[in-house]
Design a protein around this ligand. Sequence first.
Ligand code: ZN
Length: 192
Amino acid sequence: MQQAPFFQVIDGQLIGARQVASPNYNQRPEHTEIQLVVVHNISLPPSQFGGGYIEQFFQNQLDWSQHPYFQSIEGMQVSAHLLILRSGEVLQFVNFNDRAWHAGRSTYLGKKECNDYSIGIELEGSDDLPFDEVQYAVLAQVTAALQVAYPKILQHLAGHSDIAPGRKTDPGPFFDWVKFRTLLQQHKIHQE
Ligand SMILES: [Zn+2]
């Protein structure tokens, strides 16, 4: 049986994740409580995996000339708190105490600017391909650790498409919310 990686949140940092600093963040508004997890997918170029381009993109270090698609996103400055690669490896770009730039114009339960109060998790994936099993397992482990640190997110898990409908489609039709919630529930039972 595969050993489950150990995840824990300490001072806004996810222990168990590889830390990669992104300059694309700012402060959350004062007295903002983290209360939402937003699930995304990303792949660069679209539907191609590996290559390290997402990492470079979130660090503003992507060479835009390397692929025609990159020119369509040239100069964009974005980030997410976490990225879960196809291998299951987790990268953290922004401290949870800070505001990452992943949601854009968005609304959740009538509250605008989801970046202010959410944690953004990108899965390396696309709208037209299934995610890897290990990504679900790791996403559930990570979310369970986040729920310990930020209890309000327990009831508030959303996709980018849920908070920016008509504008965003990710995590897409292949993301299996039932599987994710079932795995997450199993972690909760173990924690109790
Ligand atoms: Zn997204």
